[in-house]
Design a protein around this ligand. Structure first.
Ligand code: NAD
Length: 248
């Protein structure tokens, strides 16, 4: 497979680190003009230094609709369109039943559900025939495990919404899919269990049918495929890149 994204305008949200940054690097390597977003100016600056000269950055919190409007106004003025939208910004917190707080509940839904909803909806006027949206989900959408009920619910909500959205925009020529990773070695995964990161990574590896956790580049390649014309008949799907973890 050899996708080319020459002359494509690609937006990757939450790309100052982890999976989003790897996706931005992959799309850049395949020729796309990439715009990355994130909340932290310093992290964005260091991320952009790993991308090509055509890449640019914009500071935006996806849970803030005013900031999202400013971002899309910038894209409209500077680029005129979006060919590929990777709605990746997201976060999760461990909170077992009995310890779920309204603050953490709202924060996860505000970022993962509300943030993704308006990231996609506000991009639509800039997207046309042959364009593609890929949302970063999670195996937690079907198999959240202990303590991740709220996080899993946010990712399951995305699947439900995408199945409806593809009907809402029928005929627009815009595909929308979800790429759901299993555990991937990023700082945020390591931060999930403070002080016990190595134990967590080892137990996740042992539980995985493939015997290890994922690498950000592997997720990036799967996302690039879904965003490419090679996936032209794949629409409304949730594809798992998880070494089989969600299937057992
Ligand atoms: P990460 O923390 O490195 O990346 C998350 C990115 O989203 C960061 O750039 C962060 O700044 C950004 N972000 C978070 N909230 C935001 C907001 N309100 N506005 C704008 N940006 C925001 O973590 P990651 O592991 O690379 O996670 C990326 C995505 O992958 C998330 O959607 C996460 O749920 C999903 N995911 C991760 C794993 C894993 O094991 N790492 C597994 C399954 C799914």
């Amino acid at each position: 497979m050899n996708h080319s994204f020459e002359n494509k305008i690609a937006v990757v949200t939450g790309a100052s680190s982890g999976i989003g940054l790897a996706i931005a690097q992959e799309l850049t390597a395949l020729g796309a003009t990439v715009i990355i977003t994130g909340r932290d100016a310093d992290k964005l600056t260091s991320a952009i230094s790993t991308l090509g000269p055509d890449a640019s950055k914009f500071q935006v919190d996806v849970s803030n609709l005013t900031e999202l409007d400013a971002f899309y106004e910038h894209i409209h003025t500077r680029f005129g369109r979006i060919d590929i939208l990777i709605a990746n910004a997201g976060m999760g917190e461990v909170e077992p039943l009995g310890q779920i707080t309204p603050e953490k509940f709202d924060r996860q839904f505000a970022t993962n559900v509300r943030g993704i909803t308006f990231t996609v909806q506000k991009a639509l006027p800039l997207m046309g025939q042959g364009s593609s949206v890929v949302i970063t989900g999670s195996t937690s959408s079907i198999n959240p495990g202990a303590g991740l009920s709220v996080y899993g619910a946010t990712k399951a909500a995305l699947r439900a919404m995408v199945r409806s959205w593809i009907l809402d925009i029928k005929g627009a020529g815009i595909r929308i899919n979800i790429l759901s990773p299993g555990p991937v070695d990023t700082q945020s995964l390591r931060d999930f269990l403070p002080g016990k990161a190595e134990d967590l990574l080892q137990s996740l590896s042992e539980r995985s049918p493939i015997g290890r956790i994922g690498r950000t580049e592997e997720i990036a390649k799967a996302v690039a495929f879904l965003a490419s014309d090679d996936a032209g008949y794949i629409n409304g799907a949730e594809i798992f890149a998880d070494g089989g973890a969600s299937q057992v």
